[in-house]
Design a protein around this ligand. Sequence first.
Ligand code: G3H
Ligand code: 13P
Ligand code: ZN
Length: 333
Amino acid sequence: MVNFKDLGLVNTREMFKRAVAGGYAIPAFNFNTMEQMQAIVQAAVETKSPVIMQVSKGARNYANGTILRNLAKGAVEYAKELGCENPEIVLHLDHGDSFELCKDCIDNGFSSVMIDGSSLPYEDNIALTKKVVEYAHQFDVTVEAELGVLAGVEDEVVAEESHYTKPEEVIDFATRTGCDSLAISIGTSHGAYKFKPEQCTRDPKTGKLVPPPLAFDVLHEIENKLPGFPIVLHGSSSVPQDEVDTINKYGGNLPDAVGIPEEQLREASKSAVCKINIDSDSRLAMTAAIRKYLAEHPDHFDPRQYLKPARENMKKMYIHKIVNVLGSDGKLG
Ligand code: G3H
Ligand code: 13P
Ligand code: ZN
């Protein structure tokens, strides 16, 4: 048994309380590699921001859970080495899909877990979430639950209003499960293709897709039902078009990739939304930098040569999100 406190990590409780009260959101960046971890820590330290480093089941399969946990432990020590005396770093399981997986993470140093029962019938989601909460709280680990279904990764269909979280269910769900935060569905989805072209309009000048707005009415109804309760937005990459253009210029093929406009995430951050999940934008920043570097240096083959600009580009993106979109800069407790 490794408790997160022994690794210098923190859970989400205090940081969410401050974020909801202060009208900003904590960044939750997925990581699979050392370079992503380094870029996240550098960005968080330079901006004096709390940060959530999250690991999916796929990340555990790719990189190995023990290695990722030790990278998170290293992240705390690295942040201190960079001059941050008291870093606030959460190690979070993203989209846990079983009690056993959540338990394994809780027993091995994670300070926060998500149990994603959103594809289950309502009562089954409650039962599973409650079971994880009861186990996690014994060790002061915080739990994120999900109600409503995001399109994409979770159900292979594009966002539809019928999948939005039902505001009339949230009080019952939060009360009966005891979860610490709730991921909701208001029109975001995972990946770099969040909307079909037919759901969007096109900017006549650039030819780029303009997506439909998020369902802020649903968000506000939920906030009214659960005042001050921490709300989470998944699928919140913005799919920066300059990165998409770079990828396409240097041999990639991502036509009509489209994300959530940053102004909408800025608006959501001012509400009870206190955790915003970003993964695809990091993948795009990394891939764009590597494609460009290799195209411009066809004779280079040392991975450090192309991973360095990739790490720099991710760091720039993380800092931009923290400072210009989520507003968590300068918010260390
Ligand atoms: O929710 C999805 C995250 O972007 C994680 O993706 O399962 O490919 O690691 P992944
Ligand atoms: P994006 O694919 O929009 O980055 O979403 C990431 C996410 O929600 C991880 O849980
Ligand atoms: Zn997600």
